[in-house]
Every structure is written in structure tokens, then in C-alpha cells.
Design a protein around this ligand. Structure first.
Ligand SMILES: Nc1ncnc2c1ncn2[C@@H]1O[C@H](COP(=O)(O)OP(=O)(O)OP(=O)(O)O)[C@@H](O)[C@H]1O
Ligand SMILES: [Mg+2]
Length: 470
């Protein structure tokens, strides 16, 4: 009988439910309008929460950095030397103290100026300025996995911030209509026209225009460009870039309407089979000069392998795939790679049948590096599984495992992740551990980046030498 203890043990909760009580608590059925009511309640709650984390003028502000932090993490000089250089150069930012004689604090802008000074004046053997070979374009880095909640956005946000602290100029592209990355960087996106959408539309419109030139020469009628496409032709990538509360991180944001692209892109593609939609992002960013203006472009993608993700993946030089060290995540990540293979192989095949017939160059996608990254790692519980995953994946799995850090989940609307947190607000040990694991994630990434840039730098030099020798 329900409710009666068995062998003196209380019954588990699912045996103790009375149908009439259940009915009394149920409430009325929900109709379509019910969703609107729920959405409205969420919107009100959201703006309440957001207003608590934001300054009165609505802008997010980055915390200052102390002398200790700067000399420990950002500019590799001894604190005494740092102070000496500041005293000797009164034009340099001198920082502010919160208390009489207390530690000096600097904005990130000031840190960047100080770093430039050390880079120009300091010892050449010290890595004050981050490595980027001259004349090579920015590297594009996509973070993707069709499994949700595996740490894609956290990983991109932390990588973008650590690269910015390291002195790189960073552009972040949010391809996820959930807009998490956009809210981390305080972006404002009114509709899809302020996201990457018009860039993809423009790429398509330019394809149609080129196509129409051919058609005209053959005396065929032109393909029509509707208002959307005509408007997109007037938009350049720079128009969509927003600055953020980080002086050297800019953003092209996203919001819910970007999801529309998933419906529109296949329609365009059906209308013009020759449109290489996967080239859209790379070509537009390149043509509009963004790959020269930035050092790194980080792309956050939605948990799906839709057209936007394909575009982001095709644009990427480096692909990072975060996953947890759990059976389910390992399993679904394996299937994700399988989907990547099928998707890109079918694009190549579709293109190359025609290309071979016409004697044109074949399409072959290539990535400088592909790595899986273990995220939210709990060494006490997951060591064995992670070692097994490592054994199967070998060098594809980044050797560093990103620890589960309570601080990441706790961060509120105002502070996003470890690099925005003021270390004084936390237990030193929690801070140090959290920081260390993301510093290691960045170090593993930076090693890939430097290796890739170096390879290209040497190739460029070899081909210059070969030309000079002719
Ligand atoms: N190293 C970490 N330690 C603790 N929590 C983490 C860590 N990395 C991510 N998280 C938490 O896990 C959750 C999911 O992370 P995140 O949003 O980055 O995943 P995602 O893959 O981008 O999700 P989606 O697929 O919805 O875009 C978040 O609540 C985040 O705070
Ligand atoms: Mg995400």
C-alpha cells in the first residue's frame, strides 16, 4: 500500500504520490499563448538580473590589474624593475592606489601601453610582445561540438581573454543564436542584420552578380536579387564589429534571429548550385581587411552541425573540440567527427565531380590543426577514462585537461570567467587553481598557434628565397 513503510524504511518519493494531491497542484493546460507568458516572465527576470551586473550607463566594465598581477602574469619583469621603469618614465601610466601607499592598479589599456613600452625599450630576449609573423593573415579558430554544454563557449571566451591579455588583437564571432558569447562580451544585437547574417547574404549576392555577368555575355536573363540581397551588398564586415569592455577584443554578435540563416542558406543554395557557401565567412573577412586588422579570430558555434557551423568550421584554421571525460561525451564526440567527415567529404565530392569535368582546381578542405580538449575535468573521478581517451586519440587530444573550476559556474552576469574575476574576491587557492588550468589551456593553444605561424613563416621565406635565386 502506498505510503506504508517497508521493513521500517520510508518509501521512496515516487511511491508516495496521491492522485488528488497531484491534480490539485497541476494547474490548467498550457496553450500557445502560455509560451508568450513564460517568455515575458523570463524577459523581465533577465533584465532585472542584467541590470544588477551592469553599470548605470548599461556598459560592462573590465576590472583593473594590480602590479603584482601584471608582473606575475602579464609582463615578465621583476616588480622592482617595473616600478623603476615607471619612475623613470613619468609619461607612462602610473596606476592608481585604492589606499594611501597601497598597491597600484592599472586598466588593461594601460597594461597594453606598458607592454608596448617594454617591448620597444626592454631586453629583446624577453617575450614582451606576442609572436606574429609579419605579412601573414590572422588565424581563425573555431570551437565546435554538436553536443551541448560541453564547454565550447567557456573555452572560446577564456581563450579570447587570455590571448587579449597576452597582447593579441582579437575578434570574436558568435555564430550561436543563443548569443551566450555575445552576452559575455556585453554585445548588443538588435536583429540578424547586426550578426554575420548579412555577410553570408552578401557573399551569395556577389556570387549572383558574378553569375549574371556570365549570363549577360551569353545573352541569358539575369538572376534576380531581392531587397535583402541588394541591401547586403552595401554592408561590410567592419560595420558589424562592436567594441567590448576589453580594449583589444571586438565582437560580431548574435541573437535569436540568426537562426533564420539555417532556413535561408539552403534556399539560396538551391537557387544557385555554384555558390560556395562554406567560403562565405573567410572570403568576406579577408576581403574586408579583418584578417589583417586582427591577430586571432575566435568563432563560437551552436551545438549543431548546421550551415552556420559548417561555415565557421570551413573558415577555421584551427578546430578545437571540447568534450567532457565521460563515456557519453566521448561517444557523441566520436559521432561528431563522423558527421564532420561525411559532411565535408560530400561537399568535396559534389564540387570535384564538376571541377574534374571542367579541368578546374579541386576543393580540398584543410585545417592547420584539430584538437579535442577535455573540459570540466575531475581528476579524482575521471583519470582512468581520460587516460583511455588519450590512448585512443593520441596527439589529437590536447595533453592538458581543463579542470572543473567551481569559480566558472559561479561567475555572475558581471564577471565572466576567471580572467574577469578580481583575485581578492576569492580564496587564493581557488583562484590560483582556476587560473592555472585556463592558463594551461591557453598555453597548449598558443603552442599550436606559434608552430603553425612559424611553419608558414618559413614556407614564405623559402618561396621568397627560391624566387630570388631564379
Ligand atoms: N572548466 C569548467 N569548470 C566548471 N564549469 C564549467 C567549466 N567549463 C564550462 N563550465 C560550465 O558548463 C556549462 C556549459 O558550458 P558552456 O556554455 O561553455 O558549454 P557550451 O558547449 O558552449 O554549451 P552550448 O552547447 O549550449 O553552447 C556552463 O554552465 C559553464 O559555466
Ligand atoms: Mg555555447
Amino acid at each position: 500500500m502506498p505510503g506504508k513503510p517497508m521493513h521500517g524504511q520510508p518509501l521512496p518519493p515516487y511511491f508516495r504520490i496521491d492522485p488528488d494531491t497531484a491534480l490539485a497542484e497541476l494547474g490548467t493546460p498550457t496553450d500557445t499563448q502560455g509560451f508568450a507568458v513564460i517568455a515575458e516572465a523570463c524577459a523581465r527576470g533577465r533584465s532585472d538580473l542584467a541590470s544588477r551586473g551592469l553599470r548605470e550607463d548599461g556598459a560592462r566594465r573590465l576590472r583593473p590589474f594590480s602590479t603584482w598581477e601584471i608582473t606575475r602574469y602579464l609582463i615578465p619583469v621583476a616588480p622592482a624593475h617595473f616600478r623603476r621603469v615607471l619612475r623613470a618614465n613619468p609619461d607612462l601610466p602610473q596606476g592608481r592606489s585604492e589606499t594611501e601607499g597601497g598597491a597600484k592598479w592599472f586598466t588593461l589599456d594601460e597594461v597594453l601601453r606598458l607592454r608596448a613600452h617594454f617591448g620597444a625599450e626592454g631586453s629583446k630576449s624577453k617575450p614582451y610582445l606576442p609572436y606574429r609573423p609579419e605579412g601573414l593573415p590572422a588565424k581563425m579558430v573555431a570551437v565546435a561540438n554538436f553536443k551541448g554544454g560541453v564547454g565550447k563557449t567557456s573555452t572560446v571566451a577564456h581563450l579570447a581573454m587570455s590571448a587579449a591579455l597576452d597582447g593579441y588583437k582579437v575578434l570574436v564571432l558568435d555564430l550561436d543564436s543563443q548569443g551566450s558569447m555575445t552576452s559575455i562580451f556585453g554585445g548588443r544585437v538588435a536583429d540578424e542584420w547586426q550578426s554575420v547574417y548579412p555577410l553570408i547574404a552578401r557573399h551569395y549576392a556577389e556570387h549572383l552578380e558574378a553569375e549574371n555577368t556570365h549570363r549577360a555575355s551569353r545573352g541569358e536573363t539575369a538572376l534576380p536579387l531581392d531587397d535583402t540581397l541588394t541591401e547586403a551588398l552595401g554592408i561590410s564586415a567592419g560595420d558589424l564589429v562592436q567594441s567590448t569592455h576589453w580594449p583589444n577584443i571586438d565582437l560580431i554578435g548574435a541573437q535569436l534571429n540568426l537562426y533564420w540563416a539555417e532556413f535561408q542558406i539552403p534556399v539560396w543554395r538551391m537557387a544557385a548550385r555554384g555558390w560556395k557557401l562554406w567560403d562565405a565567412l573567410t572570403e568576406v573577412l579577408e576581403r574586408d581587411g579583418l584578417l589583417d586588422a586582427y591577430d586571432l579570430v575566435f568563432i563560437d558555434t551552436p551545438p549543431a552541425l548546421g550551415y552556420l557551423t559548417i561555415n565557421g568550421l570551413a573558415a577555421a584554421d584551427i578546430l578545437l573540440v571540447p568534450m567532457g571525460a565521460s563515456f557519453l561525451e566521448f561517444d557523441s564526440t566520436g559521432r561528431f567527427f563522423d558527421m564532420l567527415h561525411t559532411t565535408f567529404a560530400s561537399i568535396e565530392e559534389g564540387e570535384n565531380t564538376a571541377a574534374r569535368a571542367l579541368g578546374r582546381d579541386e576543393t580540398a578542405f584543410q585545417w592547420d590543426a584539430v584538437r579535442t580538449i577535455v573540459t570540466r575535468y575531475d581528476g579524482a573521478q575521471q583519470g582512468e577514462l581520460a587516460a583511455l581517451m588519450q590512448a585512443y586519440l593520441g596527439p589529437v587530444m590536447s595533453p592538458h585537461r581543463q579542470d572543473f573550476t567551481a569559480l566558472i559556474g559561479q561567475a555572475g552576469e558581471q564577471v565572466q570567467g576567471i580572467y574577469e574575476a578580481d583575485y581578492r574576491d576569492f580564496n587564493r587557492e581557488t583562484y590560483a587553481r582556476g587560473r592555472e588550468t585556463f592558463d594551461e589551456t591557453y598555453a597548449a593553444f598558443k603552442k599550436l598557434l606559434m608552430g603553425i605561424w612559424r611553419r608558414e613563416e618559413l614556407e614564405a621565406r623559402d618561396s621568397r628565397d627560391a624566387q630570388a635565386a631564379q
